[in-house]
Design a protein around this ligand. Structure first.
Ligand SMILES: [Zn+2]
Length: 181
């Protein structure tokens, strides 16, 4: 498993005023996403309450370290951030990848389930093949089989069949592996 160190995984949101944005005045600020419900118009207007006609609604126009596709309200971002912050920092990038994978399990509120993630996450590997070979060791797949026979074992087919039960997300250093079943 790869050790991930010193990566900032704090969920952040760039919040702007929707009316200003629609008037072509891109005014906003970065915040910790968890504070989404406490952000005010003044916070994104440099202190002023109203800048454009209709200043009212705050909107998340950009974000980082959150499993969100596109824009949302600061409230929704804060709800997702609470879930992300339940996950240990070293696993957050994997959690976010899983939550966006299409294979994630959601709880009753439509948020990715951290307990399902923990059950399914099998670590970060250089390749799925490396994961498969490690698993074969763990389950003692070829134990008791003489080396002169074991060396003919068809790793390629075995790995391909195994892959049906897993989801992988590619990253620069390899793959995140998740159990699908
Ligand atoms: Zn405004």
């Amino acid at each position: 498993m790869t050790m991930i160190t010193a990566i900032d995984t704090t969920p952040r949101i760039w919040v702007g005023c929707l009316a200003c944005y629609n008037n072509g005045n891109l005014t906003g600020e970065w915040f910790d996403a968890i504070e989404g419900d406490d952000i005010t118009l003044g916070d994104v207007h440099g202190g002023a309450q109203y800048v454009s006609p209709g200043c009212e609604e705050l909107w998340v126009l950009d974000h980082e370290n959150l499993p969100l596709k596109g824009e949302c309200s600061p409230h929704d971002a804060a709800q997702v951030a609470l879930v992300v912050e339940e996950v240990h920092e070293s696993d957050r990038e994997a959690f976010i990848a899983w939550a966006l994978s299409g294979d994630q399990i959601e709880d009753g509120d439509g948020l990715p389930s951290t307990s399902d993630f923990e059950e399914r996450y099998c670590g970060t590997w250089a390749s799925f093949r490396e994961f498969a070979e490690n698993l074969a060791d763990d389950i003692a797949l070829l134990d008791g089989i003489p080396d002169e026979i074991a060396r003919y074992f068809d790793w390629q087919s075995w790995t391909r069949d195994l892959a049906f039960d897993y989801t992988t997300c590619n990253i620069d250093s390899g793959v995140y592996v998740f159990r699908s079943i």
